[in-house]
Ligand binder design. Structure first.
Ligand SMILES: *Cc1c(COP(=O)(O)O)cnc(C)c1O
Length: 360
């Protein structure tokens, strides 16, 4: 067996310890004589899995009691629709557009109400986070929406927008559990877990209780009504049992590693390794304004499509894989999530150094 250093943006690298534990438990989960994949979601054994997972993410993120944690299907993209369906009382919302994912969320919200763009960084290919200290947010907006870490462009909100008293909804898919957050700053935090937490097919939504309402429009599908899911402990129908179990293992792993402050420390160290190299390189350069750089997704280019392609191919041959940039941006992107060890980033930097020597 030979594992590579996997820089994929998602689905992405998972902690090796977690994969080994899942493999060891595959045929017989905890003495049940069956796999978690073969078990009723209404069994006592699975109850314990989902309850423990919820408690562990509550501990990790310090989630207040007046927030619900929902384990849902349909990915982050399904929440693009669920958010306006559940929150648009006045049929008005303010979106800050910092990349493709926010753009898609805005387009989806427009189907259900008056969703307006109040800030954007499209003018410079989403390479920065706009100033959000004094936005023209309509008085009667139901919420302000951000994509907190922009997976494709590699930017991150270092400071949350001034919402002027409106609730904040944040898509944290690619920075989920990468650092401590103050849950009270948000009305809704949600993320697809396949970036920084677990396998594909699960989105976790953390929602302030008073925002989970019964009086949503009639057209809202039962499954997309947060109240349905909250009232049924995410077990209204069959959930993604496997992904919930895997996330549970990752939560335990995160706790053993020292929790989210420790993750932040490691993520800052890893990102600094790469950004410092980029800042001093004559061949490679980062594409994001320095103060808005993501700790998770690091896009970079050589300036030549040909050299970019050569770099990706040679890196792959050296066990450094999935470094090709998003199809809409080109160049390279290294996603260095929680489970990417520092040695992986060091190897990448060493390889970039030798590539630079050989090609200048
Ligand atoms: C990947 C991603 C999505 C889409 O996630 P799906 O689970 O595939 O719907 C949404 N937002 C962000 C920030 C992402 O990185």
């Amino acid at each position: 067996m030979s594992r590579v250093y996997n820089f994929s943006a998602g689905p992405a690298v998972l902690p090796e310890e977690v994969l080994k534990q899942a493999a060891a438990e595959m045929l017989d989960y905890n003495g049940s004589g069956m796999s978690i994949n073969e078990m009723s979601h209404r069994s006592k054994t699975f109850d314990k899995v989902i309850e423990t997972a919820e408690q562990d993410i509550r501990d990790l993120m310090n989630i207040p009691d007046n927030y619900k944690v929902l384990f849902l299907q349909g990915g982050a993209s399904q929440q693009f629709a669920a958010v306006p369906m559940n929150l648009m009382q006045n049929k008005k919302a303010a979106y800050i557009v910092t990349g493709q994912w926010a753009k898609k969320a805005l387009a989806e919200a427009k189907k259900y109400g008056d969703a307006i763009e109040v800030a954007s960084s499209a003018d410079k290919t989403f390479s920065y986070i706009p100033d959000c200290s004094d936005l023209a947010i309509p008085e009667d907006a139901d919420y302000v929406y951000i994509c907190e870490n922009n997976t494709i462009y590699g930017t991150k909100f270092k400071k949350l927008p001034n919402t002027k008293g409106h609730i904040l909804v944040s898509d944290v898919s690619s920075c989920f559990l990468s650092e401590p957050v103050n849950v009270n700053d948000y009305g809704v935090i949600y993320g697809g877990v396949q970036k920084n937490v677990g396998p594909a097919g699960l989105v976790i939504s953390i929602i302030r209780e008073d925002l989970i309402r019964d009086d949503v429009p009639d057209f809202v599908p039962t499954m997309l009504k947060w109240k349905t899911q909250a009232d049924n402990g995410s077990l209204y129908n069959t959930p993604n049992c496997w992904a919930i179990y895997m996330c549970g293992l990752v939560f335990k792993w995160l706790k053993e590693q020292g929790g989210l402050s420790e993750m932040q420390k490691r993520n800052e160290e890893k990102a600094a390794l790469l950004y410092n190299f980029l800042d001093n390189s004559k061949l490679f350069k980062g594409t994001v304004r320095a103060e808005d750089r993501s700790l998770m997704n690091v896009p970079f280019v050589t300036g030549s499509d040909e050299l970019d392609a050569k770099f990706v191919a040679e890196a792959t041959a050296n066990g450094l894989v999935s470094l090709k940039g998003h199809r809409t941006v080109g160049g390279m992107r290294a996603s260095i999530y929680n489970a990417m060890p520092k040695e992986g980033v060091q190897k990448l930097v060493d390889f970039m150094e030798s590539f630079e020597k050989a090609n200048s």
